[in-house]
Design a protein around this ligand. Structure first.
Ligand SMILES: Nc1ncnc2c1ncn2[C@@H]1O[C@H](COP(=O)(O)OP(=O)(O)OP(=O)(O)O)[C@@H](O)[C@H]1O
Length: 573
């Protein structure tokens, strides 16, 4: 494990200024440490040599008090700046990580373990705070104070300087050996923590199912086992930390004792000046303490350093290429062509979709049907730029959608996913997700259309009702937002209506609905397609029958060749 991880400086640039100030203050601290040793020596030597007078007692005492005060101020300032640097590092890394995860897109996120990612974003990044706020300032002091102290000691007494120069390197050498052993243990500790977090998140999400199938008890056994492994890994790291700190203390204490004996013997023979001997004895421990503290702080921040490797692994994951063209045509009137589209997810032997060819026309309701797993949702993901396209293209006016800036393009698309997320916030906020400036009338209008008008009217706070923010996968009958699964789906559909975007992608909008509500939703679609290109995925025969164009995808592997059209061409009338 390296004493200084250069990736931290690369990724957390906002911490550089306070850290540079900490280093500058370290020089000031080193000068004050030396001045304090001289002042303290004078407090003892002056009255002995020149008798007790106001001048021999008061002046050195005032100087000592002044230096002590200045040292205290510098230490305080260093702590404040170091804490600021620590907070800036966690803040910047967390937002960079989040942004990078968002840029990597849903395809990458679905492969990543959400629990581990959550642990990394919360505890992992927070663990870097002690590394920056305590370890790095100590490392700076360790690079400044010992050399200056040794120089002063060498000026006062060459022999003592020789002893320090011979014994001081033992501490970093020993520390490096310990750091080497610590790295493996810290990484193991972090891995077990991430596994525990991931497992706990999975179990919590699936708790209703586990209880229903009477499997909750066996899961508590499993959690106990993972927790025990984490505790063992933590204890092993702590044992190493305590043992190594004790050994470092011993090396430093023996070294100072050697200097004391050597100085004491020469003092008896009057081979060294009394004041010089005192300065050397007072400064010798100061030459060792920053290195001793580096060892202790290194252990306190080892978890953060282990997490840094994970942070770097995420931040160094290459982003999918991103289009830059901003001249996205008005999709309200544009025809969207899908030509020989093949999508293959990473690490998958077979393509998830394609080759698919179809045409989506404006003001037309298209229904995409086919057996489960044949790639219907993948078509929507490809249009949104979330799926890895292996070959073929989706074009508008002859231009590949991949060439357009994704944010610009998506501002014209409305998407209702299979498991819509209802973010924490008020009902109104949720409805305004794609159109923040929508009026209350528009929100109520959309709610009426999806048959939620009465439901919302019964809520005491109406549009200001706070939704608890369930996960997108809230299944198992869970209604964390205080709404049933069907009501949540309709709320998400109302959100799409509010957006009034020219291209609407709907993934099973009528799933979980009774026949009467399904009919109401079909009418909504008809109204929707008056002003938009609508592509909906559906398994419901009634919903599909209402479409202007029906596109039937065949199961993967059903077609021998692209020409035979495993996914038949659909076109609007
Ligand atoms: N993020 C992903 N990573 C890897 N494979 C995926 C991913 N998403 C989907 N797949 C695979 O791609 C194929 C098509 O999935 P898709 O969700 O598009 O099917 P679908 O027709 O919408 O199914 P359903 O009707 O059950 O919703 C499936 O074999 C699925 O396992």
């Amino acid at each position: 494990m390296k004493p200084l991880d250069p990736r931290l400086v690369r990724y957390a640039t906002r911490a550089c200024a306070p850290l540079a100030a900490v280093v500058a203050l370290g020089v000031g601290q080193a000068v004050l440490v030396i001045a304090q040793a001289y002042a303290l020596a004078d407090v003892i030597v002056e009255p002995v040599r020149h008798g007790v007078t106001l001048h021999t007692v008061a002046v050195p005492l005032v100087a000592l008090a002044g230096i002590g005060l200045a040292r205290g101020c510098l230490t305080w300032l260093t702590d404040v700046l170091a804490q600021k640097a620590g907070l800036r590092v966690t803040e910047q890394l967390r937002s960079r990580l989040l942004q990078h995860c968002l840029d990597l897109g849903p395809a990458w996120l679905s492969g990543a373990r959400r629990g581990e990612l959550t642990a990394l974003l919360t505890r992992g990044v927070s663990a870097l705070e002690p590394y920056v706020a305590r370890y790095l300032p100590t490392l700076a002091l360790a690079a400044i104070v010992p050399p200056l102290s040794i120089a002063v000691i060498a000026y006062q007494d060459g022999w003592s300087a020789v002893i320090i120069v011979l014994t001081l390197p033992l501490i970093p050498v020993f520390g490096a050996l310990v750091g080497w052993a610590t790295q493996r243990r810290s990484e193991r500790q972090w891995r077990s923590m991430a596994t525990l977090a991931g497992h706990f998140a999975d179990v919590t999400a699936g708790l209703p199912t586990l209880v229903a199938y009477r499997r909750a008890r066996s899961q508590s056994e499993r959690i106990r086992e993972v927790t025990r492994k984490h505790a063992e890994a933590s204890m092993a790291t702590l044992r190493l930390a305590f043992a190594s700190s004790a050994v470092l203390e011993l090396v430093a204490t023996i070294s100072v004792a050697l200097i004391a004996v050597s100085v004491g013997l020469r003092l008896i023979d009057s081979a060294i000046d009394f004041r010089a001997a005192l300065v050397v004895l007072l400064l010798a421990p100061e030459a060792y303490w920053p290195l001793r503290r580096v060892g202790a702080e290194f252990h306190a921040s080892a978890e953060g350093l282990a997490a840094m490797s994970q942070v770097a692994a995420v931040l160094e994951t290459p982003l999918p290429s991103r289009g830059t063209r901003t001249d996205v045509p008005d999709l309200r009137t544009a025809v969207i062509e899908v030509r020989d589209l093949v999508v293959r997810y990473p690490d998958r032997a077979t393509a998830a979709l394609g080759p698919l060819t179809l045409t989506l026309r404006p003001r037309t309701l298209h229904a995409l049907t086919g057996p489960s797993g044949c790639g219907k949702s993948t078509v929507l993901a490809a249009m949104l730029g979330f799926a890895p396209i292996e070959s073929g293209a989706i074009t508008v006016g002859g231009v590949d959608l991949a060439e357009f800036d994704p944010d610009r393009l998506r501002s014209q698309l409305a998407w209702l996913p299979q498991h819509p997320a209802i973010p924490a916030g008020t009902l109104g906020d949720s409805l305004r997700l794609m159109r923040p400036d929508a009026t209350e009338e528009q929100l109520h209008g959309a709610l009426e259309q999806v048959g939620l008008g009465q439901v919302i009217a019964r809520l005491p706070d109406g549009l200001d009702t706070v939704l608890a923010g369930p996960s997108a996968d809230a299944e198992d009958g869970e209604s964390a937002a205080g709404l049933s699964a069907g009501e949540r789906a309709r709320l998400a559909l109302a959100r799409v209506l509010v957006s009034e975007r020219p291209v609407v992608l709907l993934d099973e909008p009528s799933a979980r609905l009774d026949a009467a509500t399904e009919q109401a939703i079909v009418e909504v679609m008809h109204r929707l397609r008056r002003n938009a290109t609508v592509l909906m995925v559906t398994h419901r025969a009634g919903t599909a029958a209402a479409a202007d164009v029906r596109i039937e995808l065949e199961p993967a592997g059903a077609a021998e060749t692209p020409a035979s059209g495993r996914c038949p061409v659909g076109s609007a009338a």
